[in-house]
Design a protein around this ligand. Structure first.
Ligand SMILES: *[C@@H]1O[C@H](CO)[C@@H](O)[C@H](O)[C@H]1NC(C)=O
Ligand SMILES: *[C@@H]1O[C@H](CO)[C@@H](O)[C@H](O)[C@H]1NC(C)=O
Ligand SMILES: *[C@@H]1O[C@H](CO)[C@@H](O)[C@H](O)[C@H]1NC(C)=O
Ligand SMILES: *[C@@H]1O[C@H](CO)[C@@H](O)[C@H](O)[C@H]1NC(C)=O
Ligand SMILES: *[C@@H]1O[C@H](CO)[C@@H](O)[C@H](O)[C@H]1NC(C)=O
Ligand SMILES: *[C@@H]1O[C@H](CO)[C@@H](O)[C@H](O)[C@H]1NC(C)=O
Length: 339
């Protein structure tokens, strides 16, 4: 087993991988218990086709793509979609103009939030178009970043715990402020609306602080896979997994909210042509990975079942991590770091 794979076992995502390699001894116990969980799992002997992440993305894509998914798989996957904003795809493949000039208000009505998700502001649409027109080139996104690195400061006492939250000790922001505030907006909406779905989440270094920005393989669609509940507290009964330095001091309990910890944002999908048209609206959806459901059964990898993790690599090419960190000392103050 490669050391990377090994790190995967104990990290709910790549974000925490770095601290693991130094705590191999402590990690030995949960490794065994995860294996037991894996071997006691017995799939039902049905002939049902296996769902893929590609099916999931198709269902949230243009109607033509959605209808290409096996009907039973489509029904089962749809039952796992917990939308954070109403999702009404266009009934036909009719090309839609989705140009929004809305600026992000700090005091937003519910309708404004919905509209900002289906039809984001211009800078977001431009980035989505760049991703497609470049043929899925991560460089196109990288070039939209301000090259000035920003050091990631101590976040909620992480330094004292020797916890490295981010992939690199420095990060960037987008040149266009509108993009940075849109990312903040997405984090805020998840926290605001999660509880309605049964996802109790807070912006903290143990819970929701990051997502992985990717470009989907064939469509070139821009998306972010957010991971909430990143470092649940160790619990002998419910969560007997040591996750290293970043877990120390966690107040996140391992409860039903874990099932909804994978939250997917997809940008609107532009046509790949000179006319400015759109094939699918933006969407923000929590993917229900409750045991028994198709997401848990087919899309969560065996060795991370306890953590319910969906891996960003399965969604497409991972471009950057998006972190939203509390850099305040006394008073919380959140800031975007793109790493
Ligand atoms: C995208 O490509 C990667 C690498 O080839 C693959 O691992 C992943 O499953 C693919 N995802 C989709 C949704 O097609
Ligand atoms: C904005 O905030 C004020 C006071 O905080 C509130 O009364 C009002 O309803 C809010 N407006 C919207 C559109 O949410
Ligand atoms: C969009 O068109 C460009 C230019 O023809 C091409 O290079 C790119 O691969 C296309 N993107 C997708 C996602 O098909
Ligand atoms: C973290 O702690 C080390 C030593 O414990 C110190 O040298 C460093 O400046 C601290 N970093 C931050 C960002 O507080
Ligand atoms: C979320 O929080 C509310 C209020 O504190 C509580 O009633 C509810 O049971 C919690 N839900 C979960 C899934 O923990
Ligand atoms: C954990 O601590 C954070 C930061 O102090 C707080 O915002 C959050 O509500 C706490 N969560 C729980 C589940 O107690």
């Amino acid at each position: 087993m490669s050391s990377l794979k090994f790190a995967f076992l104990f990290s709910l995502s790549l974000a925490g991988a770095a601290s693991f390699t130094t705590t191999t001894a402590a990690a030995a116990t949960p490794f065994l218990s995860l294996r037991r969980i894996k071997s006691s799992y017995s799939p039902s002997p049905s002939t049902r086709p296996k769902a893929t992440v590609s099916d999931l993305l198709s269902l949230l894509g243009p109607p033509q793509q959605a209808s290409s998914v096996n009907a039973q798989v489509a029904r089962d996957l749809r039952s796992c979609f917990k939308f954070l904003s109403p999702y009404n795809p266009p009934p036909t493949a009719a090309r839609q103009m989705l140009c929004s000039s809305i600026v992000l208000p700090s005091n937003r009505s519910s309708n404004e939030i919905d509209e900002l998700i289906t039809s984001p502001p211009a800078p977001v649409l431009e980035l989505a178009r760049l991703a497609v027109e470049s043929g899925g080139d991560p460089g196109a996104i990288h070039r939209a970043l301000d090259p000035t690195p920003i050091t990631v400061p101590d976040v909620e006492g992480s330094n004292q715990s020797r916890c490295e939250l981010t992939r690199t000790p420095y990060g960037w922001q987008f040149i266009d402020e509108g993009l940075n505030s849109y990312l903040e907006f997405l984090f805020d909406v998840i926290v605001e609306r999660g509880p309605e779905l049964g996802l109790n989440v807070s912006l903290s270094r143990y819970d929701l602080f990051h997502g992985h920005l990717f470009i989907a393989n064939e469509s070139g669609r821009l998306g972010i896979l957010f991971h909430a509940k990143e470092y649940p507290a160790y619990d002998k009964q419910k969560f007997p997994v040591y996750m290293g330095y970043c877990q120390t001091g966690s107040n996140v309990s391992y409860d039903n909210s874990m099932n909804l910890r994978n939250i997917l944002w997809l940008a609107p999908l532009p046509c790949n042509s000179s006319d400015s048209c759109w094939l699918a609206p933006g969407v923000l959806v929590a993917l229900d990975a409750s045991p028994g459901g198709i997401v848990y059964r087919d899309l969560v990898h065996d060795y991370v079942r306890i953590a319910r993790t969906l891996y960003e690599e399965d969604f497409g090419e991972v471009v950057v991590d998006v972190n939203y960190l509390n850099v305040g000392a006394q008073v919380p103050e959140f800031k975007i770091f793109i790493c």
